[in-house]
Design a protein around this ligand. Structure first.
Ligand code: GLY
Length: 473
């Protein structure tokens, strides 16, 4: 948790953006795993945490945007709770730690809201994503739970995006720490990627590294020798020589700030010639689109820097053909790169995505493309200094997509399908870094994680040495 001044300032900034109504910010409830008392590791709602800092369920923050009044609703624990949970700070003390002086019992919240609504006050809230909360909010707001999400406040969403998309030094330092944990996760995966291991042995080890640094992973680990499946959460394959392992994983800190890094590792430590050719193309797409990253430019432009390098590179190895600009304009590269270059990163790994991707990554000026592949670009709008973006180009050989496009005779002028057929057993390659947009351009965050062919091969050739890893802690 940061100092109380941080939260006071964040709420004051929000009050400047919102000049009427009342903002309602519920904390996340607990979520049950397999029976009510057996709960998942508690994860606070990122927006509640951003403005109110407290990492517990059972709270709701209110801000009156007209009077400036702030209120925290919550219940003090009684002896029955304390027996199981240990001594707990009072609601008043927790409120004071984030700069709030007024508290009420949680049971008062429903009445408080009904009274405000009877007085004609508008209640602004962000879209809830947990059904338990939708039901609870529906009860308080007097509407069916399933309608609550649709009633979320667009002005509040826009105000929150405006504040949270620019990260201050404190936040950047947290994200860098999360990248440093990812450094250990990824270099460990590189050292473990030996023939005979099962993917889950590596996935479990790197998830353990995140836990050992105080937080969970920032999203379920993506780790597979079948890297052509973009988000492959199956970890049951045995690693074999000649395959590559895609590892897309990051850590979340107790402050909830996160990292999101991808590396692709040759099993056994050496890329073969075919793998190296494709790897170098993805690496160039990653490095050149990072180099082009600067405030004032639309992120969609960086996406197309990467797309053109991918098309040009695939031409150089005979997988694509024709004029590169025409191929990219037609979308032929999307057979191999069917996703966007990246997304905002912050307290959520896809920062603020629950507020609606179009509110976060697009605006009045930049509208989402409807072209296959490019439409998946989560962020298209202009960059500003202080934004943190992922940069994650990839090349994938997805047999079902190759068959589909070939059967539909798509991009026949740009794709050498006969040669592509020979790559159906290739898998995929993705390389991802976390990038801060600065006034001058950009900065890659955190401790550099091996990325060039030589760096990855050197690390992957090392033995996993727990004593050495421990020395890094
Ligand atoms: N790296 C995982 C994701 O972007 O969804």
């Amino acid at each position: 948790m940061f100092t109380k001044e941080v939260y006071v300032e964040r709420r004051n900034k929000l009050k400047k953006e919102m000049n009427s109504g009342i903002g309602l910010f519920p904390a996340n409830p607990d979520a049950s795993f397999n029976y009510p008392a057996n709960i998942y590791h508690y994860r606070q709602d990122s927006h509640f945490s951003y403005f109110f800092g407290i990492n517990h369920p059972g709270f709701c923050g209110l801000i009156d945007f007209e009077s400036g009044e702030e209120l925290l609703f919550g219940n003090d624990y009684d002896i029955d709770d304390i027996i199981w949970m240990g001594e707990q700070p009072s609601v008043a003390r927790q409120a004071a730690e984030v700069g709030i002086n007024a508290t009420l019992a949680y049971s008062e919240l429903g009445n408080w809201i009904s009274k405000a609504m009877q007085q004609g006050r508008v209640i602004h809230y962000l879209p809830p994503y947990r059904s338990k909360l939708m039901i609870e909010m529906g009860r308080m707001l007097g509407m069916p739970g399933h309608e609550v999400k649709a009633g979320a406040s667009i002005p509040l969403i826009k105000a929150v995006v405006k504040l949270k998309e620019i990260k201050d030094d404190l936040e950047i330092s947290e994200i860098e720490k999360a990248v440093d944990v990812a450094w250990l996760m990824h270099t460990t995966a590189m050292k473990m990627a030996k023939p005979g291991l099962i993917e889950q042995e590596i996935a479990g080890t790197i998830e353990g590294i995140a836990l050992a640094h105080g937080g969970p992973v920032s999203f379920p680990v993506i780790l597979s020798i079948n890297g052509q499946t973009l988000h492959n959460h199956y970890h049951g394959n045995v690693l074999t020589e000649g395959r590559m392992l895609v590892v897309d994983a990051g850590a979340e800190l107790p402050s909830l700030y996160s990292s999101d890094i991808t590396r692709t590792i040759p099993v056994g430590g050496k890329f073969n010639a075919r793998q190296k050719d494709i790897y170098e193309i993805v690496l160039k797409a990653n490095m050149e689109s990072i180099k082009a990253t600067a405030p004032g430019l639309p992120y969609r432009d960086m996406h197309f820097v990467a797309a053109r390098i991918i098309a040009e590179g695939l031409k150089s190895v005979g997988l694509m053909k024709g004029n590169t600009d025409d191929a990219v304009a037609a979308g032929a590269h999307t057979l191999f790169f069917p996703h966007g270059l990246g997304h905002m990163l912050g307290m959520d790994v896809h920062d603020m995505e629950g507020l609606g991707e179009n509110h976060v990554g697009y605006d009045e000026e930049t509208k989402r493309s409807d072209q296959f592949g490019t439409a998946y670009l989560r962020m298209g709008k202009r960059l500003k200094a202080g934004m943190v973006m992922t940069n994650e180009p990839g090349i994938y050989f997805i047999p079902a997509l190759i068959d589909k496009f070939r059967n539909e005779k798509k991009f026949m002028d740009f794709v050498n399908y006969d040669k592509v057929e020979q790559f159906k057993d290739f898998g995929g390659i993705r390389i991802e870094d976390d990038i801060l947009v600065t006034e001058q351009g950009h900065r890659i965050l955190g401790r550099p994680i091996p990325k060039t062919v030589a760096e990855v091969e050197a690390t992957a050739s090392e033995q996993r040495d727990w004593l050495k890893i421990k020395g890094v802690y």
